[in-house]
Ligand binder design. Sequence first.
Ligand SMILES: [Zn+2]
Length: 242
Amino acid sequence: MNKVEIYLKNSIKKNKLPRVMLLLGPDEDIKFLIAIKIMTGIFCNNNQETGNINLYGCQKCFICAQILAQNHPCIQIIKSDPEFKSEIQIKKIKEITLNSKQVSWIFPAAHHLNKSAGNLLSRIIETPTKDRFFILITSYAYMLPSTLVSKCSHIFFRTENINPVENNTNYEIPEKLIDRMSFIEKLIKSKIDLSILLKYWSQKASKDFKQSLLNAEHDNKTHVNKQLILESLLLSNIQFKP
Ligand SMILES: [Zn+2]
């Protein structure tokens, strides 16, 4: 167990787990899995009955199974809506106020909250409720309203470095435009998962380039053609260095 996990486990044991957590660190998919598992730790039948706390629950009881299947009525997962340019609209956050106080919420990509949704959420979490947890996940905390960020307990996960490099293939972005064109061609042929590649680049990207990578990731999620994404990312501004 790493330091973060020990902290979380002790917090569950003492019933002192923060009600609003912001999971930071590089990989959103991994952090989402962790968020789900933290919820099993909180609500697991065996944890509650035996008092013998397992951070990620027993992973066997009915409640754990339901949570892992993302099918538990008391845990809502708020994803971005492709219909609204991947934004999370205020409508979704209003549902929280309508819902029973027993429901906990996970936001797998909290930076998709639009401004009004983020501000409303920030007001909702002001009044803590005993059995209700909010887990916000993002690698881009600067995109969230600062009032919201300041009300969360920040938990930083250092996941394994993502490294798509295999068979000595070089995925570093070339500096010259001419090289970038053939580079894009090579990437298309290699059939590498674009989202992994974008995450790989964002590990050492400048702030501006991170924003472009983020836009590219949005496009990728909405199934924009891979070649178009790469071209607008790598050829649109030849001056700037990643
Ligand atoms: Zn369980």
